[in-house]
Design a protein around this ligand. Structure first.
Ligand SMILES: [Zn+2]
Length: 307
Protein backbone atom coordinates (compact mmCIF):
# COMPACT_ATOMS: atom_id res chain seq x y z
CA UNK A 1 0.00 0.00 0.00
CA UNK A 2 1.43 3.37 -0.90
CA UNK A 3 1.84 6.17 1.59
CA UNK A 4 -0.23 9.31 1.29
CA UNK A 5 1.61 12.47 0.29
CA UNK A 6 1.66 14.76 3.32
CA UNK A 7 0.89 18.42 2.64
CA UNK A 8 1.80 20.48 5.68
CA UNK A 9 -0.54 23.23 6.79
CA UNK A 10 -1.49 24.95 10.01
CA UNK A 11 -4.15 27.63 10.46
CA UNK A 12 -1.27 29.67 11.93
CA UNK A 13 0.22 30.00 8.39
CA UNK A 14 -2.41 32.54 7.46
CA UNK A 15 -3.00 35.99 8.80
CA UNK A 16 -6.61 37.22 8.79
CA UNK A 17 -7.02 39.80 6.07
CA UNK A 18 -3.40 39.34 5.01
CA UNK A 19 -1.99 39.69 1.49
CA UNK A 20 -1.94 36.49 -0.66
CA UNK A 21 1.55 35.54 0.59
CA UNK A 22 0.23 35.21 4.16
CA UNK A 23 -3.41 34.56 3.27
CA UNK A 24 -3.87 32.09 0.45
CA UNK A 25 -2.65 28.95 2.30
CA UNK A 26 -6.01 28.76 4.06
CA UNK A 27 -7.84 28.95 0.73
CA UNK A 28 -5.70 26.15 -0.73
CA UNK A 29 -6.15 24.03 2.43
CA UNK A 30 -9.92 24.55 2.38
CA UNK A 31 -9.98 23.47 -1.24
CA UNK A 32 -8.05 20.27 -0.34
CA UNK A 33 -10.61 19.55 2.42
CA UNK A 34 -13.71 20.32 0.32
CA UNK A 35 -12.46 18.55 -2.78
CA UNK A 36 -9.77 16.07 -1.67
CA UNK A 37 -7.08 14.76 -4.01
CA UNK A 38 -6.73 10.98 -3.69
CA UNK A 39 -3.35 10.13 -2.16
CA UNK A 40 -2.87 13.54 -0.50
CA UNK A 41 -3.45 14.42 3.18
CA UNK A 42 -3.12 17.64 5.19
CA UNK A 43 -0.74 17.37 8.16
CA UNK A 44 0.00 19.95 10.89
CA UNK A 45 3.72 20.83 11.20
CA UNK A 46 5.68 22.07 14.22
CA UNK A 47 6.99 25.65 14.11
CA UNK A 48 10.56 25.93 12.80
CA UNK A 49 13.46 25.30 15.17
CA UNK A 50 15.02 28.69 15.98
CA UNK A 51 18.58 27.32 16.03
CA UNK A 52 18.11 26.11 12.45
CA UNK A 53 16.95 29.61 11.42
CA UNK A 54 20.10 31.05 13.01
CA UNK A 55 22.32 28.81 10.84
CA UNK A 56 20.87 30.39 7.68
CA UNK A 57 20.02 33.93 8.83
CA UNK A 58 21.81 36.55 10.90
CA UNK A 59 20.92 35.65 14.52
CA UNK A 60 20.20 39.28 15.38
CA UNK A 61 17.87 39.59 12.37
CA UNK A 62 16.09 36.41 13.56
CA UNK A 63 15.67 37.95 17.03
CA UNK A 64 14.32 41.19 15.55
CA UNK A 65 11.76 39.25 13.50
CA UNK A 66 10.73 37.30 16.61
CA UNK A 67 10.25 40.62 18.41
CA UNK A 68 8.00 41.81 15.56
CA UNK A 69 10.46 44.57 14.60
CA UNK A 70 11.68 43.26 11.25
CA UNK A 71 10.30 41.23 8.35
CA UNK A 72 7.51 41.63 5.81
CA UNK A 73 3.92 42.00 7.06
CA UNK A 74 5.00 43.24 10.53
CA UNK A 75 1.82 45.36 10.51
CA UNK A 76 0.03 42.14 11.52
CA UNK A 77 2.04 41.95 14.78
CA UNK A 78 2.39 38.68 16.72
CA UNK A 79 0.06 36.92 14.28
CA UNK A 80 2.68 37.46 11.59
CA UNK A 81 5.50 36.13 13.80
CA UNK A 82 3.47 32.95 14.43
CA UNK A 83 2.73 32.74 10.69
CA UNK A 84 6.35 32.90 9.53
CA UNK A 85 7.50 30.38 12.17
CA UNK A 86 4.67 27.95 11.30
CA UNK A 87 5.09 28.20 7.53
CA UNK A 88 8.90 27.92 7.68
CA UNK A 89 8.36 24.89 9.97
CA UNK A 90 6.07 23.41 7.31
CA UNK A 91 8.77 23.73 4.65
CA UNK A 92 11.20 21.92 6.99
CA UNK A 93 8.60 19.23 7.78
CA UNK A 94 8.10 18.56 4.05
CA UNK A 95 11.88 18.21 3.65
CA UNK A 96 12.09 15.77 6.59
CA UNK A 97 9.20 13.70 5.27
CA UNK A 98 10.42 13.49 1.66
CA UNK A 99 13.93 12.60 2.80
CA UNK A 100 12.75 9.96 5.30
CA UNK A 101 10.21 8.32 2.99
CA UNK A 102 11.84 8.85 -0.39
CA UNK A 103 8.67 10.21 -1.97
CA UNK A 104 6.91 13.53 -2.31
CA UNK A 105 5.74 15.98 0.35
CA UNK A 106 4.47 19.55 0.23
CA UNK A 107 3.80 22.54 2.41
CA UNK A 108 1.39 25.41 1.76
CA UNK A 109 4.20 27.79 2.79
CA UNK A 110 5.04 30.80 0.63
CA UNK A 111 7.20 33.92 0.67
CA UNK A 112 10.65 32.39 0.80
CA UNK A 113 13.09 32.89 -2.06
CA UNK A 114 13.86 36.63 -1.89
CA UNK A 115 14.81 36.57 1.82
CA UNK A 116 18.47 37.45 2.43
CA UNK A 117 20.90 36.68 5.27
CA UNK A 118 20.01 39.73 7.31
CA UNK A 119 16.95 41.24 5.71
CA UNK A 120 13.54 40.53 4.23
CA UNK A 121 12.64 41.28 0.62
CA UNK A 122 9.79 40.85 -1.88
CA UNK A 123 7.20 39.42 0.59
CA UNK A 124 9.83 37.01 2.01
CA UNK A 125 11.10 37.11 5.60
CA UNK A 126 12.93 33.80 6.11
CA UNK A 127 14.26 31.72 3.22
CA UNK A 128 12.47 28.44 3.91
CA UNK A 129 14.06 26.88 0.80
CA UNK A 130 17.58 27.27 2.18
CA UNK A 131 16.46 26.53 5.74
CA UNK A 132 14.98 23.28 4.42
CA UNK A 133 18.12 22.51 2.41
CA UNK A 134 20.35 23.01 5.44
CA UNK A 135 18.06 20.71 7.44
CA UNK A 136 18.46 18.07 4.71
CA UNK A 137 22.27 18.40 4.91
CA UNK A 138 22.05 17.98 8.70
CA UNK A 139 20.09 14.76 8.10
CA UNK A 140 22.83 13.38 5.87
CA UNK A 141 21.96 14.58 2.36
CA UNK A 142 25.02 15.56 0.34
CA UNK A 143 23.26 17.11 -2.71
CA UNK A 144 20.11 19.19 -2.41
CA UNK A 145 18.68 20.77 -5.55
CA UNK A 146 16.37 23.77 -5.30
CA UNK A 147 14.16 24.05 -8.39
CA UNK A 148 12.69 27.55 -8.51
CA UNK A 149 9.92 28.07 -11.08
CA UNK A 150 8.37 31.12 -9.42
CA UNK A 151 7.88 34.01 -11.90
CA UNK A 152 10.69 35.94 -10.23
CA UNK A 153 14.35 34.96 -9.81
CA UNK A 154 15.48 33.51 -6.49
CA UNK A 155 18.30 35.93 -5.78
CA UNK A 156 17.89 35.57 -2.03
CA UNK A 157 18.40 31.83 -2.30
CA UNK A 158 21.45 32.27 -4.58
CA UNK A 159 23.05 34.72 -2.14
CA UNK A 160 22.48 32.39 0.84
CA UNK A 161 23.89 29.36 -1.04
CA UNK A 162 27.01 31.40 -1.82
CA UNK A 163 27.34 32.63 1.76
CA UNK A 164 27.00 29.11 3.18
CA UNK A 165 29.51 27.67 0.71
CA UNK A 166 32.03 30.34 1.78
CA UNK A 167 31.61 28.79 5.25
CA UNK A 168 32.08 25.24 3.92
CA UNK A 169 28.38 24.37 4.01
CA UNK A 170 28.27 22.90 0.51
CA UNK A 171 25.93 20.71 -1.51
CA UNK A 172 23.05 23.10 -2.26
CA UNK A 173 22.36 23.75 -5.96
CA UNK A 174 19.68 25.78 -7.73
CA UNK A 175 18.05 25.81 -11.16
CA UNK A 176 15.71 28.71 -11.79
CA UNK A 177 13.34 29.59 -14.64
CA UNK A 178 11.66 32.97 -14.37
CA UNK A 179 9.55 35.27 -16.55
CA UNK A 180 10.67 38.41 -14.71
CA UNK A 181 14.22 39.56 -14.01
CA UNK A 182 13.27 40.74 -10.51
CA UNK A 183 15.97 39.50 -8.05
CA UNK A 184 18.12 38.11 -10.87
CA UNK A 185 21.68 37.00 -10.15
CA UNK A 186 24.64 35.81 -12.22
CA UNK A 187 24.65 32.09 -12.97
CA UNK A 188 27.64 30.09 -11.72
CA UNK A 189 28.38 26.35 -11.55
CA UNK A 190 25.49 24.66 -9.75
CA UNK A 191 23.39 27.82 -9.51
CA UNK A 192 21.69 29.05 -12.66
CA UNK A 193 18.83 31.29 -13.72
CA UNK A 194 17.04 31.56 -17.07
CA UNK A 195 14.74 34.51 -17.68
CA UNK A 196 12.42 33.79 -20.61
CA UNK A 197 9.18 34.91 -22.23
CA UNK A 198 5.94 32.99 -21.84
CA UNK A 199 6.18 31.24 -25.20
CA UNK A 200 9.66 29.84 -24.41
CA UNK A 201 8.66 28.76 -20.92
CA UNK A 202 8.33 24.97 -21.15
CA UNK A 203 11.44 24.73 -23.32
CA UNK A 204 13.38 26.55 -20.60
CA UNK A 205 11.91 24.24 -17.95
CA UNK A 206 13.14 21.22 -19.94
CA UNK A 207 16.56 22.83 -20.42
CA UNK A 208 16.86 23.64 -16.73
CA UNK A 209 16.03 20.06 -15.71
CA UNK A 210 18.39 18.64 -18.37
CA UNK A 211 21.20 20.89 -17.09
CA UNK A 212 21.32 19.10 -13.73
CA UNK A 213 24.42 16.89 -13.72
CA UNK A 214 24.04 13.28 -12.49
CA UNK A 215 20.49 13.78 -11.18
CA UNK A 216 20.43 10.23 -9.78
CA UNK A 217 22.87 11.50 -7.12
CA UNK A 218 20.57 14.35 -5.99
CA UNK A 219 19.38 13.34 -2.51
CA UNK A 220 16.48 15.80 -2.36
CA UNK A 221 14.69 18.32 -4.55
CA UNK A 222 13.09 21.35 -2.94
CA UNK A 223 10.62 22.77 -5.45
CA UNK A 224 9.46 26.38 -5.27
CA UNK A 225 6.22 25.94 -7.21
CA UNK A 226 5.26 29.53 -7.91
CA UNK A 227 2.05 30.20 -9.81
CA UNK A 228 2.85 33.84 -10.58
CA UNK A 229 4.31 32.77 -13.94
CA UNK A 230 0.67 32.15 -15.00
CA UNK A 231 -0.63 34.79 -17.41
CA UNK A 232 -3.56 35.68 -15.12
CA UNK A 233 -1.77 35.37 -11.76
CA UNK A 234 0.95 37.98 -12.27
CA UNK A 235 3.03 36.35 -14.99
CA UNK A 236 3.65 36.18 -18.73
CA UNK A 237 1.27 35.80 -21.71
CA UNK A 238 1.42 32.22 -22.98
CA UNK A 239 1.81 30.61 -19.55
CA UNK A 240 -1.65 29.10 -19.40
CA UNK A 241 -3.14 26.64 -16.92
CA UNK A 242 -2.21 23.82 -19.29
CA UNK A 243 1.40 25.06 -19.43
CA UNK A 244 1.48 25.07 -15.61
CA UNK A 245 0.08 21.52 -15.57
CA UNK A 246 2.79 20.45 -18.03
CA UNK A 247 5.44 22.14 -15.89
CA UNK A 248 4.37 20.32 -12.73
CA UNK A 249 4.12 17.00 -14.60
CA UNK A 250 7.65 17.45 -15.98
CA UNK A 251 9.12 18.24 -12.54
CA UNK A 252 7.57 15.20 -10.83
CA UNK A 253 8.22 12.88 -13.79
CA UNK A 254 11.86 14.00 -13.94
CA UNK A 255 12.22 13.46 -10.19
CA UNK A 256 10.55 10.03 -10.38
CA UNK A 257 12.77 8.99 -13.30
CA UNK A 258 15.91 9.86 -11.32
CA UNK A 259 14.66 8.62 -7.95
CA UNK A 260 14.70 12.07 -6.30
CA UNK A 261 12.41 12.78 -3.36
CA UNK A 262 10.67 16.16 -3.69
CA UNK A 263 9.52 18.64 -1.04
CA UNK A 264 7.47 21.40 -2.67
CA UNK A 265 6.21 24.75 -1.41
CA UNK A 266 3.79 27.30 -2.91
CA UNK A 267 5.59 30.58 -3.82
CA UNK A 268 3.97 33.44 -5.77
CA UNK A 269 0.60 33.54 -7.48
CA UNK A 270 -1.41 36.69 -6.94
CA UNK A 271 -5.09 37.35 -7.10
CA UNK A 272 -6.62 40.42 -8.71
CA UNK A 273 -10.03 41.80 -9.56
CA UNK A 274 -10.25 39.54 -12.61
CA UNK A 275 -8.45 36.53 -11.05
CA UNK A 276 -9.86 35.75 -7.59
CA UNK A 277 -7.90 33.93 -4.90
CA UNK A 278 -9.97 30.76 -5.48
CA UNK A 279 -8.49 30.65 -9.00
CA UNK A 280 -4.99 31.08 -7.55
CA UNK A 281 -5.73 28.19 -5.16
CA UNK A 282 -6.91 26.07 -8.09
CA UNK A 283 -3.51 26.63 -9.74
CA UNK A 284 -1.69 25.59 -6.57
CA UNK A 285 -3.77 22.38 -6.43
CA UNK A 286 -2.18 21.36 -9.73
CA UNK A 287 1.15 20.82 -7.96
CA UNK A 288 -0.45 18.37 -5.50
CA UNK A 289 -2.46 16.72 -8.30
CA UNK A 290 0.62 16.09 -10.43
CA UNK A 291 2.63 14.82 -7.45
CA UNK A 292 -0.18 12.38 -6.62
CA UNK A 293 -0.52 11.30 -10.24
CA UNK A 294 3.23 10.59 -10.54
CA UNK A 295 3.36 8.75 -7.22
CA UNK A 296 0.37 6.61 -8.19
CA UNK A 297 1.93 5.82 -11.57
CA UNK A 298 5.28 4.83 -10.04
CA UNK A 299 3.55 2.68 -7.38
CA UNK A 300 1.61 0.89 -10.14
CA UNK A 301 4.80 0.36 -12.16
CA UNK A 302 6.57 -1.03 -9.08
CA UNK A 303 3.62 -3.35 -8.35
CA UNK A 304 3.46 -4.70 -11.91
CA UNK A 305 7.24 -5.26 -11.92
CA UNK A 306 6.86 -7.67 -8.99
CA UNK A 307 3.97 -9.62 -10.60
ZN1 LIG B 1 7.30 35.61 -7.51
Amino acid sequence: MSMKIPVYFSTAYSVDGGFDTVGKATVVARSLVDDPIVGVELVEPRPVDLELLRVVHDPSYVDQVLAGERGQFTEHGPEFVASVLASTGGAVAAVESALANGGFAGSLSSGLHHARYDHDSGYCTFNGLVVGAVRALELGATRVLIIDFDAHCGGGTASLIERLSDRDVVGIEQVDVSVSSFDNYPSRPGVSCRVVGGTDYLGAVDEALASVTDPEFVDLVIYNAGMDAHENAGGAPGVTTEVIRQREARVFEWATRHGCPVAWVLAGGYSSARFPVDEVARLHRITAEQAARCQEKSTMTAASATD
